[in-house]
Write a protein that binds this ligand. Structure first.
Ligand code: CUA
Length: 314
């Protein structure tokens, strides 16, 4: 029982999605702020409740009015004001710290019901579009340029930084400085519709050289791969782009290197052939409210062929 209780208490203290186990500079600052705020709040609670309990003693014996006023003034007003003002100053000190870095890399991320459009901005205004996965170099400052295509979303990678809203018609910026390689989890932190809880993404923090090699691969068009016939004939190219093929739709996620991604459906299913077929045939059940219709009416052979083609896009 004790082990179960400890597990419950500390189930979220470490791992891929914990603000208590930072893997980046910004998250470490946020964690310090959290502990300082917690200690400040505990201090105020102790003093105010202590004063209230102490004051309760006087219910039997009528209190000296002056003494009562002094307790209310010092414990109830002056002390909390001083502690809260100190916390405010400490918190405001963080604002320039969190904005200081000059980014080495810029990435646009757009929240859409219920997935993430991710565009790496290269030199000379090149734009490399990807989706539903974020790759970052360790030790470099990265600026995320955040927008939304429909409703308000919020991007949160607890191990790397605080959350930032994605608001239609507005551009928000979030600087990240990952300090530890690994695979973390990001999620949408603002209720945005039926599949809000199914809007996540893996974040892969890599060594800079490894990241550069990956970005070069990502920039290249899709490999020739398997036969795209069924994919194109079923109209998938109306919504999806596969660079290097005829598919050039922009409504849905770019699928150019889909086979290289860790998950399907924005962080909800491991990227396996079985899950790929399931997502195509039963989209609405896997992700309620998603804009892609289910393609379950296609003959099984076509679904096999589409999945085989997408599975070959390394
Ligand atoms: Cu997007 Cu919640």
């Amino acid at each position: 029982l004790r082990a179960a209780f400890a597990g419950l208490l500390c189930g979220s203290c470490s791992g891929t999605q914990s603000a208590l186990d930072p893997a980046g500079h910004e998250a470490a600052e946020v964690l310090t702020l959290f502990w300082v705020m917690l200690v400040g709040a505990a201090l105020i609670w102790t003093v105010v409740i202590g004063a209230a309990v102490f004051g309760g003693r006087f219910q039997k014996k009528p209190i000296d009015e002056r003494a009562g006023l002094r307790i209310v003034l010092w414990a109830g007003a002056v002390f909390p004001t001083v502690v809260l003002a100190a916390l405010l100053v400490f918190g405001l000190r963080l604002m320039p710290v969190l904005r200081a870095a000059e980014p080495a890399l810029r990435i646009e991320v757009s929240g859409e019901q219920y997935w993430w459009r991710v565009t790496y901005l290269g030199p000379d205004d090149t734009r490399i579009e990807s989706a539903n996965e974020l790759r970052l170099p360790v030790g470099r400052a990265v600026e995320l340029i955040l927008t939304s295509a429909d409703v308000i979303h919020s991007l949160w990678i607890p191990t790397l930084a605080g959350k930032m809203d994605m608001i239609p018609g507005r551009t928000n910026r979030l600087v990240l400085r990952p300090e530890r390689t690994g695979i973390y989890r990001g999620a949408c932190a603002e209720f945005c519709g039926r599949s809000h809880a199914l809007m996540a993404f893996p974040v892969v923090v890599m060594e800079p050289a490894e990241f550069d090699a990956w970005l070069a691969r990502e920039t290249a068009p899709a490999p020739p791969g398997r036969d795209p016939g069924a994919f194109l004939a079923s109209g998938c190219g109306g919504c999806h782009t596969v660079r290097g093929s005829e598919a050039a739709g922009t409504i849905g996620p770019d699928l150019t290197h889909l086979a290289d991604r860790r998950t399907l459906g924005a962080g909800i299913l491991p990227n396996t052939p079985e899950n790929l077929k399931r997502f195509i045939a039963d989209t609405e059940r896997v992700k309620p409210g998603v804009r892609m219709p289910s393609f379950g009416m296609l003959p099984g052979a076509d679904i096999e062929a589409i999945a085989a083609y997408l599975g070959s896009l390394k």
